[in-house]
Design a protein. Sequence first.
Length: 114
Amino acid sequence: MAQHHEAWRWRFSYQQLIQLFAMEALVYYSYNSRIKDVTNLMLEIDIPDSNITHSIKIVGDHNIAKGRTVDLVNVWGHVNLVAYGAGQALAQLDVNWGIDYEPFKDTPSVDCFI
């Protein structure tokens, strides 16, 4: 049994494990609360400063636990997530950037390390 636990630890990062447990908890909650019978949900991801809008529609019980990924490139400003309809959704935002990207670098007023 210990080897099985080691396989889980190495296959998933910490963030992926949290996402897996949260999604499992949400599915169990919705099943026990019979929310899956009334799911008709529209999610809208809006980034006003980047002029980007994505819409995701979730209807019925055939795709209630299906994970969806939206890749957003070069996003600036706020990210708004708005849900319409009946049901529940779990959203996770992963933000990363490279330090070699020039606009993200902090430049000092005086170059001390010449």
